[in-house]
Ligand binder design. Structure first.
Ligand code: WTA
Length: 676
């Protein structure tokens, strides 16, 4: 835990929770559940590691069956299902055709309510993925192993683009559409993508946003960083009608729908990939400014996404499943696209904001489509609750199962979700995991374990966590002490490395508790998640939040350094410090404290520019709740900014701790007065 950030407020939210009582899943749920075998945790005990993961791999169709479950010879760079060959797009589409050809794969719900829902069948998905794969290959020159950056909103064309890449064996790198052109550029450059796939526009909160302008910024910024994109492929939100005020650049930008007719009817044989070939990169914030490209493999990742979708999301092919996350985050990759489609489910993609035009929207969608599995984040639940809840009971829908993911959920919010959205009849899973982990790590098994509001539950069967103190001593269950949650062993969904930075991979996730860097025994390489956690006497884990300099806003990880660097692009700003402030809706929001260069006067205009700079460099989700211009930031004698003190002020905590070691203790009272 870095010293100056030791008091991140996120941990406090949970630490003050008392013990909650259990809720049991309804018998009707248990009767139809996929996983009801009470001996599962015994069968998946550490003694049987890693062979029990065969059950995961067997949910997939392999071109060539694998020979070895796990190769640890280059630990912690693991190889899963060694010798196996498969294709992810084949597993998510082709293999379902004999049985589910005309079943809906994707229900696309546009944000404008007067636009009809589009239903893409598995056969249509197959046709569209093949045609776009042919276009990518023959027009854009994309081949096996190439990286393709995708900066697209929530439309069916996004998974079509991802699956077309997977079909060719190209590695996709999806950038959240809300991210800026600049953020997109950094990811283009790091992944060395020659092709950017984007969309002209999309609806968000009632407005048709210009998205194409971000592609132009991304192109120019990448070029300034020394990397030139070869082609920009632009999908039209409305086929046949270009809906962006930003002009197309001749010879560089191409409208996908103009090109597609040339590929009509073309079929592309799915590339047979090695199990450990990378499937995608997903960039995530770390404790230094540069985002990390988490590299996920094909066989391990897909089997993990499929098994957890089947057993924890309880997806059956006849279910209509709606995960309200964005595909631009790992949750959308694993639990909108790869997991549900591998199981031949019908997956809902919603373009817009859950509370648009009112909080009743999600329930109207659920009623119209007959959604019976629902998946969202505490932030969305809080937002819906604040917007009045939209009267779920007025609508005719019944969720058998609901998920919460992304941040700790307060027990009160959990109960509101259970009673109002679930109408008291849904099994809820609170799933704890990360971009890096590919799929769930801690969660209840919905038909086997009772729910406990605010707790992620025990570990997933087959996952064996341990909580370490700073010295690597195990903190036992029931000790009422928090520590660093680690996983004792690898699992198929774990990311393979940080793209182009294996050293950082080892340093960030393994070095702290590794005793022998030469060891090829997985027992010597516990995976450190970077979250604080404690374990109740019943074995349930309660996740307290990040221990490093990362702020989790509305379930999105933002690096404090990234935000601070963005603020520093305003020339008048001398220093900046970002802290996590508790917020009623978003859970956590950034607040930023800046000091100015000598001679510059504080002004409202300047505060706005700092806020704008962050929204522009990173994206509107990072926009701080408050910008405070202060005469000086509290610092240690060695010059370290004391974020802990600022965080206490942002969270109106009376106790800012010991300030005697500061070089400028007088700043604390000044800043406190300015904040209140
Ligand atoms: C936090 C999102 C408490 C945690 C899947 C983790 C959670 C980070 C939960 C990963 C949960 C995720 N309860 N905290 N159920 N789920 N987190 O990479 O701090 O966007 O490390 O992956 O979110 O965020 P990421």
């Amino acid at each position: 835990m870095s010293e100056e950030n030791a008091g991140v407020s996120e941990a406090e939210i949970a630490v003050h929770w008392g013990e909650e009582s259990y809720f049991h899943p309804p018998l009707t749920f248990v009767a139809q559940a996929n996983l009801t075998d009470p001996s599962i945790r015994e069968r998946f005990s550490l003694d049987n590691f890693p062979e029990y993961f065969k059950e995961f791999a067997d949910l997939l169709t392999w071109d060539k069956y694998w020979e070895k479950t796990l190769d640890t010879s280059d630990a912690p760079f693991y190889r899963w299902f060694v010798g196996g060959k498969l294709n992810a797009s084949y597993n998510c589409i082709d293999r379902h055709l004999p049985q589910y050809s005309n079943k809906t794969a994707i229900h696309f719900v546009p944000e404008p309510e007067n636009e009809r829902i589009e239903h893409v069948t598995y056969r249509e998905l197959w046709v569209r993925v093949n045609e776009f794969a042919a276009l990518l290959r023959d027009f854009a020159g994309v081949k096996r192993g190439d990286r393709v950056t995708i900066h697209m909103p929530m439309t069916p064309e996004l998974p079509i683009t991802m699956l077309a890449c997977a079909r060719l064996g190209a590695i996709h790198s999806v950038v959240f559409a809300g991210f800026s052109g600049k953020a997109c550029a950094e990811r283009i450059v790091d992944s060395e993508s020659d092709v950017l796939v984007t969309m002209d526009s999309y609806y968000r909160n009632g407005a048709l946003l210009d998205h194409k302008e971000k592609a132009d910024i991304a192109f120019l910024e990448a070029e300034a960083m020394g990397h030139t994109l070869q082609k920009v492929l632009v999908w039209q939100r409305y086929a046949g009608r270009y809906s962006s005020p930003t002009p197309m650049v001749d010879g560089r930008d191409f409208i996908v729908q103009d090109l597609l007719p040339q590929y009509r009817g073309q079929r592309v044989a799915p590339e047979s990939m090695n199990a450990e070939d990378p499937l995608f990169l997903m960039y995530t914030s770390g404790s230094t400014g540069r985002p990390k490209g988490a590299q996920h493999g094909t066989g391990g990742y897909l089997s993990y996404a499929a098994w957890t979708s089947k057993m924890i999301q309880d997806i059956h092919p006849e279910d209509v499943y709606w995960c309200m996350a964005d595909i631009g985050w790992i949750t959308g990759h694993s639990y909108i696209v790869y997991g549900p489609l591998a199981l031949a489910a019908s997956s809902v993609i919603y373009e817009g904001t859950p509370t648009y035009p009112d909080a009743g929207r999600p329930w109207r969608v659920a009623e119209e489509l007959g959604v019976n599995i629902f998946h969202t984040s505490p932030t969305s639940i809080r937002a819906l609750r604040k917007a009045g809840g939209g009267d779920p009971d007025k609508y005719d829908f019944h969720f058998k199962h609901m998920t919460t993911v992304g941040e700790p959920i307060e027990p009160d919010v959990w109960k509101w979700y259970y009673e109002n959205v679930g109408k008291g009849h849904a099994a809820i899973v609170d799933t704890w995991w990360q971009t890096e982990t590919g799929g769930f790590l801690c969660t209840t098994v919905p038909a086997l374990d009772p729910m406990k509001p605010g707790s992620a539950g025990p570990a997933l069967p087959g996952i064996h966590p341990v909580i370490f103190d700073e010295e690597g001593k195990e903190i036992p269950a029931g000790s009422n002490k928090a520590g660093n949650i680690c996983i004792q062993h690898p699992w198929p969904g774990i990311f393979q490395t940080i793209w182009k930075d294996p050293e950082r991979f080892v340093r960030t996730y393994f070095a702290k508790y590794n005793k022998n860097p030469k060891s090829t025994d997985w027992r010597d390489w516990p995976y450190m998640a970077g979250d604080g956690a404690m374990q109740a006497p019943d074995g349930y884990y309660r996740i307290l939040g990040r221990i490093d300099d990362v702020i989790n806003v509305a379930g999105h990880r933002l690096g404090t350094k990234e935000l601070e660097s963005a603020a520093m692009t305003v020339p008048e700003v001398a220093e900046a410090a970002v802290v996590a402030a508790k917020d009623q809706i978003k859970g956590i929001m950034p607040e930023i404290y800046v000091s100015l260069r000598p001679g510059v006067e504080p002004s409202e205009e300047l505060r706005k520019r700092v806020s704008e700079a962050i929204a522009k460099e990173i994206g509107p989700i990072a926009r701080p709740r408050g910008v405070y211009i202060v005469p000086d930031l509290p610092k240690t004698r060695s010059g370290k900014i004391m974020r802990r003190i600022l965080a206490a002020i942002s969270n109106n905590s009376g106790d800012v701790g010991d300030v005697t070691t500061l070089s400028n203790p007088e700043t604390v009272d000044i800043i406190r007065t300015m904040h209140s």
